[in-house]
Write a protein that binds this ligand. Sequence first.
Ligand SMILES: C=C(O[C@@H]1C=C(C(=O)O)C=C[C@H]1O)C(=O)O
Length: 458
Amino acid sequence: MSRKPRTPTAGPAPAAAAVHLAAVPEAPTLHARTVAIEDPGELIARLPNASASETFSWVRRGDGLVGWGEALRIETSGADRIRDADAAWARAVGDMRISDDVREPGTGPVAFGSFAFSPDSRAGGVLVVPEVVLGRRDGVAWLTTVTPADGAGPPLAAPVPDPVVAPQDVRWSDGALDSPTWRSAVADVVRRIRAGDVTKVVMARDVVARSARPLDVRHLLGRLAAEYPACWTFAVDHLVGATPELLVRREKGLAACRVLAGTIRRTGDDADDLRHAAELARSSKDLEEHELAVASLVRALRPYCASINVPDAPFVLHLPNVMHLASDVTGVVDGALGHPSTFPAHSADGRGPSSLALAAALHPTAAVGGTPTPTATAILAEAERMDRGRYAGPVGWIGADGDGEWGIALRSGEISRDDDHRIRLFAGCGIVAASDPDAELAESEAKLAPMREALAQA
Ligand SMILES: C=C(O[C@@H]1C=C(C(=O)O)C=C[C@H]1O)C(=O)O
């Protein structure tokens, strides 16, 4: 983990504070203030034109959070990247002055975060507290500002944003592997599964897009939120996407996870799609893949929960591009089970680990790694021949009491830090003994569709 003071930007924004595990005496105390506001309209439409590293979103069906600017940044790396960030956040909120008139999940200071899939990735992990957060939930709207306690901060009103810029002349190129090479890598993995080395391996691929104009995160967010309202449309530190999969939400002592595994493509014909949905719900290949994913999630969640509810059978989640087998698993988080809260000051009742500590315990799930996890992740790292970066890692937000929501960063892309015209998109598929490499290539294309379409000009 490293301290990273923000590079100063123009305008009246306050200087960013930095934090690490030890006390940082020179860092200014931050003041987080939340006030109720009139309905701001579409949250994403209120984002100003900030850089990709200072634009934040976590929006579903119009509710959620958007943020901009950077008041505090926590960077981590290695195997403990998620737990270290959780501990640093607990300390940071302990040092803040907080005034919160609204007291809903997502009010008070929040940190948006994203973490690399692999402990070995150079992408590490990050939590950023924006200078301004705009939120809405069930008809209640609020604005939070985070400023040095002794300084003047941004005004307590959302700015009028400037026009969104669409991409132009987008050119596509291969990522680490071209399609035929990825297809044969999948065929090799199928052979290893049939030989009994492993049961399931999730194989991902990347493609690269370059726009003649710099990419405007708000364009991508707007398109994704409009087309995929059932997904969580996110932006954190250059990573942008709309994921249908919830790694874990923790709210008032209850954990909720949405596990997806088992996929078919949409045809565009409703009657055909309904027939395919029924086939998906009966397909032994997909049901087996799904059961593996649910069982591994439940195994990882059990040590933290007094009770867990697992549905008897999955439902079919219909998205515009694909349909998935889905299970919503819930659990009552219990701090008395030997995993006390990381937030003692905020959870004196011992309500157990924070949302981020739970994310650390659950990542990587079988849905994005495979089964058994250690063998599967070793095989995928070798077979994919790329660093996944933050794709398929936890992405979401955490509040001052440790509650928060963490999705799995799927259906997403990472805007290059060196070239804001360039974005790398990712998609993966669960490979089992019965997998057909051609069908998996087509499935990966269907999973790339949301981001490919969001990059379209008009
Ligand atoms: C890995 C991805 O998706 C995952 C794999 C799925 C599958 O193989 O059926 C379904 C949903 C996700 O858990 C992706 O979208 O990149």
